[in-house]
Design a protein around this ligand. Structure first.
Ligand SMILES: *Cc1c(COP(=O)(O)O)cnc(C)c1O
Length: 354
């Protein structure tokens, strides 16, 4: 059996690409779970669904855009691939370019790095270079190389990533049996994903794939990293959710438009709310997502408490990446393991069974 992936699955809705250039790792087709236990905990009679993008081959939704970006690089005859990233973009870029047999440069700026993501980039064989400078300086180097050499830039500025990422919206509609949800909650970093979903829903509706209303798009930023909510770039964004620690989002204006058109909103969630939501998702539904992903559910919890949703509404929350990507931040406020003697009584005592 050969891998299919989102380009072949949604060929009619993707930019044109020749079959021989398609580079796929069988991304997409991720679970849309009807989260019954979580819904009960949140109340308001909501019908909550979780789209678990951690099931993608490198553990985040970035694979959906990367299959398109790398396939185009192949079609265009690129000699290498480059990105500035400490995150899931670098993991996806490294994996797809390895399969495409293209050298991949990953420039990592100074700052905190999630070990899971960096280990992926290294293990897939990317040339990882630590830049003595900030993200913007690293991105400048990337852009300059992309402009003057046959090297494809696969950062958010790559025009093929959003079309690939629209596939997630198609899946939501298909998985709900040809119906759009009333609301969609999503974490927002560079804001490409919220734009991708919206464009995907619009594209699918125009093709007659569903007839009810487009969902209201609710975008959540971490409180210490909320340029869109605050209305200005954040010089030193801070949050435990590294995947959305972005001070000046690439798709800012477009995302503002999307939220307006959909009659949705942007709001913030605190790191504490993010970590609580991450735990809640694991404990109620058995899904371990990374902190940034949990911002969607943290936002849902916040808005439900405020009585924002209409009773009985359907809400899709996007869990953008896998929890094993960033184990360090997941356990920051967790207790250390118990230290015990090799003695059954000690175990029973901790279980409350003595
Ligand atoms: C990239 C990423 C985001 C943010 O998506 P944007 O398109 O930058 O808004 C959120 N969560 C995870 C896990 C990511 O990798």
């Amino acid at each position: 059996m050969s891998w299919r992936g989102v380009i072949r699955e949604y060929r009619a809705f993707m930019p044109e690409i020749k079959e021989s250039a398609i580079c796929t790792l069988n991304e997409g087709n991720t679970l849309l779970l009807e989260a019954e236990w979580l819904s009960r905990r949140i109340g308001n009679n909501l019908k909550i669904y979780l789209k678990f993008e951690g099931q993608n081959p490198t553990g985040s939704f970035k694979d959906r855009g990367m299959t398109m970006a790398i396939s185009k690089a192949i079609e265009e005859g690129a000699k290498a691939v480059i990105c500035a990233s400490t995150g899931n973009t670098s993991a996806a870029a490294a994996a797809f370019s390895a399969v495409a047999d293209l050298p991949c440069a990953v420039l990592i700026p100074q700052g905190k790095i999630a070990k899971g993501k960096l280990s992926q980039a290294i293990f897939y064989g990317a040339k990882v270079m630590q830049v003595q400078g900030n993200f913007d300086e690293a991105l400048d180097v990337v852009r300059e190389i992309g402009k003057n050499y046959p090297v494809t830039v696969v950062n958010s500025i790559n025009p093929y990533r959003i079309p690939g990422q629209r596939s997630a919206a198609f899946e939501v509609i298909d998985q709900l049996g040809g119906l759009a949800p009333d609301y969609q909650c999503i974490p927002v970093g560079n804001a490409a994903n919220i734009v991708s979903y919206w464009e995907g829903y619009q594209q699918y509706r125009a093709a007659g794939k569903f007839k009810n209303n487009l969902p209201k798009m609710l975008g959540f930023q971490a409180e210490g990293s909320a340029p869109i909510v605050q209305g200005h770039p954040i010089e030193k964004p801070e949050t435990i959710a590294t995947a959305i620690r972005i001070g000046n989002p690439a798709s800012w204006q477009r995302a503002v438009q999307v939220v307006k058109e959909s009659e949705g909103l942007f709001d913030t969630v605190t790191d504490q709310e993010i970590l609580a939501a991450q735990k809640l998702i694991a404990h109620t539904q058995g899904i371990f997502c990374e902190p940034a992903s949990a911002a969607s559910v943290a936002g849902l919890v916040k808005k439900a408490k405020q009585g924002y949703f209409k009773q009985g509404a359907s809400v899709v929350c996007i869990l953008t990446g896998h929890g094993l990507k960033d184990p360090d931040s997941a356990i920051t406020d967790m207790p250390d393991p118990y230290v015990i003697q090799p003695d059954k009584q000690a175990v029973l005592k901790i279980l409350g069974l003595n």
